[in-house]
Design a protein around this ligand. Structure first.
Ligand code: HEC
Ligand code: HEC
Length: 326
């Protein structure tokens, strides 16, 4: 409790408690993580987005974008307010469903082209949205509504509720991949995907189509594949969340003044101390002085960074390429 943590880190703590048998509903777990993040966030003193979640302010600035204190990055994932999502569903049903489909998965082929709204669950705009800060301005730019009014006529509360609903749909989708339809996803160009993989994406610096990713297209269906490469360390609650929270840990290498080296899973790192647990399970703690060198390795750091770099086309091309690795 003495240390501020990002939402992602508190979520991991809560998940660890669930893994040890803590019982609560998903909504309660979200509330607990929200409370801890608000009270004991990474930068106490500044209002955390969690405290605004229920109010759904469309123009709220987004705190904590970019790497957190431990380079964890997604400190700012959108925390869904269930009541807001329920209200948002009503707005969605009234104003959006005819064009964007039943579960936000896109309008079907029978609609005229101008009414065939894209899949919002796989939308990069929705992915980057926090509490309506992307969806709000997008809708305000004359987006059509089913009622014939303009998107700009939606209130900030309605936009915030829509954001909760859409993010909830995204999270459900992340947790239960197989319920997805594969159509709309495999529209990319595998050749362009391969070029991105070996070029701008620098994926080939860590992965190889004949090594760790050999047969990955056989292992997962397309929606799962897309989720896997977008969020290899996806954080959620409940059993699935606990399982993914056990993914690869952040490690640290400490080189001491006398040249000796200690390595292991990072326990804590602040300006004064670093502690770790080595391969033998031994706990070690060191004072940080100018002679001590500390290098942290977050295996997922690159994937967090990439999330802000992909275009929609990159994502579809990569999925098409990965899907071809049978
Ligand atoms: C008349 C049909 C129609 C209605 C109603 C409609 N949309 Fe859309 N929507 C579209 C079309 C077509 C596009 C793609 C073209 C564009 O970007 O404007 C789109 C694009 C979007 C996008 C951008 C997706 C992306 O990744 O670029 C979002 C977000 C969105 N709509 C949300 C909504 C929401 C929320 C509502 C209800 C409040 C809504 N739309 C109502 C047809 C519609
Ligand atoms: C700096 C290293 C690094 C880079 C660059 C990188 N990844 Fe990863 N990727 C990882 C790590 C680490 C994992 C997690 C592997 C694990 O948990 O076993 C991962 C997981 C994945 C997975 C899931 C594999 C599975 O079987 O679950 C896919 C797919 C993937 N990456 C694709 C990509 C693509 C596509 C790119 C480029 C756009 C990319 N990665 C860039 C390090 C990297």
């Amino acid at each position: 409790m003495g240390k501020g943590r990002s939402r992602e880190q508190w979520t991991a703590v809560v998940n660890a408690m669930v893994a040890r048998g803590a019982k609560a509903t998903d909504a309660e777990l979200v509330q607990i993580a929200e409370y801890l993040t608000a009270k004991l966030g990474p930068n106490s003193g500044t209002e955390a987005p969690a405290t605004r979640a229920g109010r759904g302010s469309a123009s709220a600035p987004v705190a904590g974008r970019g790497p957190g204190p431990l380079g964890a990055g997604a400190a700012n994932s959108h925390v869904v307010d269930d009541a807001g999502a329920e209200r948002g569903k009503a707005v969605y049903t009234a104003e959006c469903i005819t064009c964007h489909g039943l579960n936000g998965r896109g309008g079907n082929e029978t609609l005229p082209a101008e009414q065939r709204g894209p899949d919002l669950v796989r939308s990069v705009l929705v992915l980057h949205d926090r509490y309506g800060n992307e969806i709000g301005p997008f809708l305000a730019k004359n987006h059509p509504l089913r009622s014939g009014r303009k998107g700009s006529s939606l209130t900030q509360e309605q936009v915030g509720d829509l954001a909760h609903f859409l993010h909830q749909t995204v999270y459900y989708t992340l947790r239960s991949g197989p319920m997805l339809k594969v159509q709309n996803i495999l529209t990319g160009d595998p050749k362009a995907g391969a070029a991105y993989f070996n070029g701008d994406g620098k994926c080939s610096t860590c992965h190889s189509p004949s090594g760790d990713l050999a047969g990955v297209g056989k292992k997962y269906d397309a929606p799962t594949l897309q989720t896997k490469f977008l969020f290899p360390r996806s954080v959620g609650f409940g059993r699935a969340g606990a399982r993914t929270a056990a993914a690869k840990p952040v490690t640290v290498t400490v080189t001491l003044a006398d040249g000796s080296v200690a390595e292991g899973v990072l326990d804590r790192l602040d300006d004064f101390n670093v502690s770790l647990r080595d391969a033998q399970g031994q706990y070690k703690s060191f004072k940080i002085t100018p002679q001590v060198k500390v290098v942290k390795h977050d295996p997922y750091a690159m994937h967090v960074t990439l999330l802000d770099q992909y275009t929609d086309k990159n994502i579809h091309d990569i999925v098409a390429y990965l899907e071809s690795l049978k």
